[in-house]
Ligand binder design. Structure first.
Ligand code: SF4
Length: 304
């Protein structure tokens, strides 16, 4: 199909040679593609990634103006799609995800319980492919746009999504994206390098750590209460607190000489800090689980 399109627009001028070579390369790519047998049975899913949602919206709009009738979906975050007021007011993505999961498991989000009523309609008719449409539909039908877009995902031919769902492994995992036998298109790929830099950078201030320590104190208190039935006890939260205290000390020791100046260290430096504060590859997973539990406890307390 793409080859036919390309041949139609083939120029007749001096660009002929390069167009010929493009067609030739495309032919080679088409005839030599790996797993071509599998593709005949099940066409590959196309992931079209862009830096911003407004760019994706534009591409979706353009696609609608063509003759192609493909099943599409657009993936977004809870921050963009959630309709539940409690979850919308959460201050971070992690808090939003945890609160949403709690509501889903306790069946206390009306938009999630309303999904079954409409999801077959949305998925089978592939009516909606844009975030705005999905939100409008979700509001009207009292159905969660976030989970509707995920239903669409598994059955779509083209999935539109922001770069970070493919680049940042934590976002990707949340979306259950499996890239096997897929075609991936990065729109404006010259942005990728700076995007990867941002995706692997983070900012942490001594205030963040001080607040975390105070929240772990709260968790230690809450975990002693009789109705606490979580996985971790006060001992684990005490370990978490000592790790954070030692991280706070280490960061204090690496202050720049003056507020106007900064210091730059090689990448290994952060690993040395983690090692000195007893955060290692061996225990990081366990520490993350304790942190998740601490977040759940704090959210529970906010709800009472
Ligand atoms: S199920 Fe949907 S609407 Fe409900 S809290 Fe989660 S993301 Fe928000």
């Amino acid at each position: 199909m793409a080859r036919r399109q390309l041949e139609k627009v083939r120029p007749t001028s001096a660009d002929q040679d390069s167009a010929d070579s493009l067609v030739k390369n495309l032919n080679i790519a088409v005839t030599n593609k790996p797993d071509s047998e599998t593709w005949l049975e099940e066409p590959p899913k196309i992931y079209y990634a862009s830096r911003t949602h407004s760019q994706l919206t534009q591409v979706v709009k353009e696609l609608r103006n063509t003759q192609y009738h493909v099943r599409t979906c657009i993936l977004g975050s809870r921050e963009q799609m959630c309709l539940n007021k409690d979850v919308q007011s959460a201050t971070s993505n992690t808090a939003r995800s945890n609160l949403c999961r709690q509501k889903v498991s306790k069946r206390t989000c009306e938009y999630h319980t309303g999904l079954d009523r409409v999801k077959n309609d949305v998925v089978q008719n592939n009516k909606i492919s844009d975030i705005e449409d999905l939100i409008t539909y979700g509001e009207k039908m009292k159905a969660c746009p976030y989970y509707l877009s995920r239903e669409n995902h598994s059955r779509s031919d083209i999935v539109f999504l922001p770069y970070n769902y493919l680049i940042d492994s934590t976002s990707g995992n949340n979306q259950n994206i499996d890239l096997k036998n897929s075609v991936i298109i990065f729109d404006e790929a010259h942005n990728l390098e700076s995007f990867c830099n941002e995706a692997t950078s983070f900012e942490i201030t001594s205030t963040d750590i001080a607040q975390s320590i105070s929240e772990v104190d709260t968790c230690m208190k809450l975990s002693k209460e009789l109705d606490y039935d979580g996985t971790y006890s006060v001992e684990e939260f005490t370990i978490l607190k000592s790790v954070l205290l030692s991280l706070e000390r280490k960061i204090d020791q690496t202050r720049s000489p003056s507020p106007q100046s900064s210091i730059t260290k090689p990448g290994k430096f952060i690993y040395d800090i983690f090692k000195a504060t007893k955060i290692t590859f061996d225990n990081s997973e366990e520490l993350l689980k304790i942190l998740e539990e601490a977040i759940k406890l704090i959210i529970l307390r906010m709800n009472y």
